[in-house]
Design a protein around this ligand. Structure first.
Ligand SMILES: [Zn+2]
Ligand SMILES: [Zn+2]
Length: 88
């Protein structure tokens, strides 16, 4: 009796170094191992971005950059200021 081995597709390996992939790039979806990604800090989660995307400055849509956080803080402060003015 012959046992058929399930075919393992090539895409479970890192597209850069062919080590077993840890997960997809959050930008382009390329499967990468842990050594070939950069972790981008979000407010609540860390997103893995492949080296190629990272070097091009591409970031996942859900990532919170420092500039975006600054904008949200500024908007919140402006809103609080307007509310205080309106309630005066
Ligand atoms: Zn790799
Ligand atoms: Zn990528």
């Amino acid at each position: 009796m012959s046992t058929q081995q399930p075919f393992t597709p090539d895409d479970v390996y890192c597209v850069y170094c062919h080590a077993p992939a840890a997960g997809p790039c959050a930008v382009c979806g390329a499967l990468c191992c842990g050594d070939c990604v950069e972790l981008v800090m979000g407010l609540t989660t860390r997103r893995a971005v492949c080296r190629s995307c990272f070097e091009k400055g591409r970031r996942p849509a859900g990532a919170w950059t420092a500039r975006r956080v600054a904008w949200v803080v500024a908007a919140a402060l402006a809103g609080a200021g307007l509310a205080a003015y309106a309630l005066k």
